[in-house]
Design a protein around this ligand. Structure first.
Ligand code: FAD
Length: 305
């Protein structure tokens, strides 16, 4: 209930003004967001890479309905990728791209053209792009764009949300050689007609999808902080004789950092998803919705000002 209210508030202009201007909010936001500038993102990336972890960088900004903004967002990614190459960090960091940030809501071809520019900049820097999973209504379009991008940039990855009833089918189609698939539970609002809404059902679906990906020929990227799912991932890797280099765990910046380091110490590949930029509101609200107890920390942070 609270989760749904927080996700609804992520689309409300009034709620946005209250949250963005409340004193103390920004301090709490920094727990999940690496800062506003490319310099902030590179500093955090270097720090995480120094701990033996990998990074996926997300330039915040989504659901753009303005062509200039869509182009500017792609430029921002290209600039970031150039800097990753210059700073010698491209071996440790890829980027995560939301197609809605580069024009998907306006025109799929515009999003494809902008995503191509980002993929080309990633290739020039020596790294790759993963397409984030967003609203359920964008899935078919995102899969079409992925197929186009993979013709020229075969290492482009995609995220699949296990809350979608069709997620297992998507995973089966994507579990081929050279394919990179990030499996997550899903962080948006989705109706029962297309998505499981019960946590147990979402977890069971995650396990089914993980089985398909781990048994397949691609490179699974298991994005979860859930201890039970992480344990099952390890068991499936053993079952399918996957070397630690044959899959990776992924977690969000600011969430379970001790567990991220523990897995890496044990020899696993662990990638931290690091979001940065000024457009943090919706990303931040999804983090609150995932764990409403975060609201308590936010209120304390605001009250202590
Ligand atoms: P949960 O059952 O939600 O959490 C398990 C435990 O993790 C919790 O008990 C808690 O201890 C901790 N935890 C989880 N979330 C939080 C939080 N916000 N604050 C504090 N502690 C927390 N979703 C999409 O829809 N599209 C994407 O492209 C996408 N990409 C992602 C990339 C990465 C690397 C990760 C880790 C997640 C991504 N997500 C994405 C979000 C994902 O769908 C879930 O909403 C989120 O990961 C929470 O689910 P969980 O698997 O961690 O399990």
């Amino acid at each position: 209930m609270l989760r749904q209210a927080l996700l609804a508030a992520s689309h409300s202009g009034a709620a946005r003004r209250i949250v963005e201007t409340a004193p103390g909010t920004r301090g709490f936001v920094r727990r999940f967001v690496a800062g506003e500038s490319i310099d902030d993102a590179l500093r955090v990336t270097a720090d995480i890479a120094g701990q033996g972890l990998l990074v996926s960088l997300d330039v915040l900004g989504e659901d753009t309905h303005d062509t200039n903004r869509a182009d500017a967002n792609a430029d921002h990614y290209a600039m970031l990728l150039g800097r990753l190459g210059e700073d010698g960090l491209a071996g440790s960091a890829e980027v995560s791209l939301k197609l809605s940030a580069v024009g998907q809501a306006l025109d799929e071809d515009l999003a494809l053209a902008n995503a191509r520019r980002v993929c080309a900049a990633a290739r020039d820097a020596g790294t790759a792009v993963t397409l984030d999973a967003e609203d359920h209504e964008t899935v078919d379009s995102t899969l079409r764009v992925l197929a186009e991008l993979r013709r020229d940039f075969p290492d482009t990855g995609i995220a699949i949300q296990s809350y979608l009833r069709r997620s297992e089918e998507y995973c089966a189609e994507l579990a081929h050689e050279g394919s990179r698939v990030r499996l997550c539970k899903g962080a948006y609002r989705a109706p029962e007609s297309v998505a499981f809404t019960d946590d147990v059902e979402i977890d069971k679906s995650y396990v089914r999808c993980m089985r398909v990906l781990m048994a397949g020929q691609g490179y699974p990227m298991l994005a979860t902080h859930d201890p039970r799912l992480i344990e099952i991932a390890g068991a499936l890797a053993s079952l399918h004789d996957r070397e630690p280099s044959g899959y990776e765990y992924q977690m969000l910046y600011g969430i379970r950092p001790g567990e991220q380091r523990r897995l890496a110490r044990e020899g696993a590949r662990v990638r931290v998803y690091v979001a940065f930029g000024g457009e943090w509101y919706r990303y931040f609200m999804r983090r609150l919705a995932e764990k409403p107890a975060n609201l308590g920390f936010l209120f304390r942070s605001v009250a202590s000002r």
